[in-house]
Design a protein around this ligand. Sequence first.
Ligand code: CA
Length: 224
Amino acid sequence: MRLLIVEDSEELAQLLANGLKSAGYDSDVLLTASDARAALSTTRYAAVILDLGLPDGDGLSILREIRQRDDPTPVLVLTARGSVDDRVGGLRSGADDYLVKPFAFEELVARLAALLRRPGQLLGSSLSVSNLVFDTESRQVYIDDQPQLFSAREAAVLELLMRRQGRVVPKRLVEDHLFGLADDVASNAVEVYVHRLRKQLADRGAKVQIHTMRGVGYLIAEEK
Ligand code: CA
């Protein structure tokens, strides 16, 4: 599960990213509206923390674009604009929550957790393929109803594949999901994770297969 932080104060953005990391959330940090637009068009985030005053545009227009394409990603607006009109405007533009700077970090984390708990959006019920089940709320994996331990990154790949079971997931998407935009990624890193995941699933008796579609991506399906 990755978050996107859009915030042009690099210092605050880094503070946020580090704080959220210790609260258990990985995030990508972007400083401009144009970078945010590009990332949002290719990557699914669990939630977005959005500053409004950006050097190359207004966060509100990004928010409206997200909602115009029926993207349900939860958005928490984090801004210095604190008047009632501003807050109402933000919520009407499709924000799920609105927090005014300066803010208490604990409050941000609590509000974020509440957003991520909301049902019917990206997170929700459990995903299943054959005897493999992924609970998207507890992030627990089960095989034949037995809880299984996977690393956070392995679980992230599994979730992505299971959300699109029977369809090919582009390798690039897996890479974004695993490592975000900021990290330097070895060219075979995705293969390594998928290979490891495949082996663990087989060892533990999951009746599923992760197929490699050469040059395209991966697909999870019931074992034939
Ligand atoms: Ca700003």
